[in-house]
Ligand binder design. Sequence first.
Ligand SMILES: C[S@@+](CC[C@H](N)C(=O)[O-])C[C@H]1O[C@@H](n2cnc3c(N)ncnc32)[C@H](O)[C@@H]1O
Length: 244
Amino acid sequence: MAINLKTLLAQPPKLHEKDGQLVSIWRIDHTTCVELNTRLKPGMNTLETGSGLSTIIFAANRCRHTCIVPIKGEVDRIQDYCSSASIDTSNVQFVIAKSGEVIHQMSRSAYDVILIDGCHGFPSAFVDFYYATKALRLGGTLIVDDLHIDTCNLIASFMQSDAGWDVVLMNQRVAIGIKVSDTIDNEWIRQPFVVLRSNPPSVMSRPLYYAGVGLRSLLAEGVGKTAKKVVRKLSGATRWHAIR
Ligand SMILES: C[S@@+](CC[C@H](N)C(=O)[O-])C[C@H]1O[C@@H](n2cnc3c(N)ncnc32)[C@H](O)[C@@H]1O
């Protein structure tokens, strides 16, 4: 059955348990529901970490969907809801596990759409991102939810800076990127995101970088302290990032 998103969002099912109560507040937001629903087509190969309202949207669009989630109770509630709403879940495969333990086993370059919305902790979110990127086909779509959490925001900012991604939507809550090339195993030196946060090896190799750092130090700490740091840097002694 095609999904009626308006009806679903008017009365979202309570699928997650928080402090012993069932809640519906952990779901993807309205914009993400619409974006996801618009992108899905029957027969697409899709994957998500975490489960909930999003899983129902994947199922209702008749995707060949894999959902990795460690909590069996959530799976039961999703299946109950789908059966009461005549949504077929026979194409949904639930993998009851923490994503970090199984996501590396997903087929490579095989998925059309992937949603990362499982464990948002460090480094789990990054492990999901790494293997989800490998599992995604070129031209496929990656959705990263919960950008108000720093781990997720870092992933989205990385995607924005990286040649492997065309980020088509990024707001306070969600990032949606199209995988345009395979860059996930690049060395840091080819990743502007990492280079700009790193301490380059010598002043001569990055004169503009150091001019900027020096100027910021000058404004923040004055001539005396900056001059001392410049001398120490030139003699190779200082931890330059301390003055950024
Ligand atoms: C924010 S909720 C997901 C919301 C869901 N996308 C929706 O639209 O309702 C986070 C989900 O991550 C799951 N989760 C927690 N730790 C996980 C882990 N290590 N691996 C995979 N999923 C995890 C939770 O059980 C929960 O389903």
